[in-house]
Design a protein around this ligand. Sequence first.
Ligand SMILES: [Zn+2]
Ligand SMILES: [Zn+2]
Length: 140
Amino acid sequence: MINTSLVKEKENLVLDFLFFWNCPITAGCLKSELNFKHSTLNSILKRLEKQELLTWEKYKEIKLTEKGRESAMHVSNHHFIIERFLKDSLNCSEELAHNEALHLAGAFSCELIEEICKKLKISHNDSHGNFCDIRKYFTD
Ligand SMILES: [Zn+2]
Ligand SMILES: [Zn+2]
């Protein structure tokens, strides 16, 4: 279980992306994939490292820890569930639903996500085989 209130939006984006990417990645590569400024990415990575969600040594690859993988999957599930809700219940376009869901993933409490899950008859904890690429329509 992640404490969503402690995790900032951009940290969620990075976790979401790392879950999708599913293998170690260098900071340089991550920076260009996500189009983040060097300083922004550095401080996000430092905060995630401090929370023991990933390991990162200078000039080496970034790896999610076991705890980090769980958090990343959790954020990714919120993203998927919100996106599906916006499409199914509100008939939002694919692009709008994805973009909104990206940014709302960490803002929605697990309690609210549970309510959506009940309505959609899906589970909060199952990744549903979903690996949504956050870069799809993403611009910083
Ligand atoms: Zn998506
Ligand atoms: Zn949750």
